[in-house]
Design a binder for this molecule. Structure first.
Ligand SMILES: [Cu+2]
Length: 95
C-alpha cells in the first residue's frame, strides 16, 4: 500500500501485527519523513518488538497500543523491518 501524505508532508501508514505485518509492503517517497504506526493484536512473544536496522530504530509493541516509529529514507531503496527474531518481515519501499 502507499502511505498517506498528511498536510504537514509526513507519510503515514498503520500496520496491524497479527501473525504477520499487514500491510507488509509500504510505498513511500524518499526524502520525506515517514511515520508507521504499529498496532499489535496478539500476545505471541515473536512480535513484541519491531526493528528497522537501516534507521537504527526499534520499538516495543504492547498489545492493543498504537506505537509510532518515525524515520526518513533519504535515498530510494527497500528498507526491511522485522520482529526481534527476524521471523516476521516487511519492507518500506522508497521511490
Ligand atoms: Cu519473531
Amino acid at each position: 500500500m502507499t502511505a498517506a501524505l498528511t498536510p504537514s508532508g509526513r507519510q503515514e501508514a498503520t500496520i496491524v501485527v497479527k501473525g504477520a505485518y499487514s500491510p507488509d509492503v509500504i510505498l513511500v517517497d524518499h526524502g520525506k519523513p515517514v511515520r508507521l504506526s504499529f498496532l499489535r493484536q496478539e500476545t505471541a512473544a515473536c512480535s513484541e518488538e519491531v526493528l528497522f536496522p537501516d534507521f537504527q530504530r526499534r520499538a516495543q509493541l504492547p498489545e492493543g497500543e498504537l506505537v509510532p516509529v518515525e524515520f526518513t529514507p533519504e535515498q530510494p531503496g527497500a528498507y526491511e523491518f522485522t520482529c526481534g527474531m527476524g521471523m516476521l518481515r516487511g519492507k518500506v519501499v522508497a521511490r
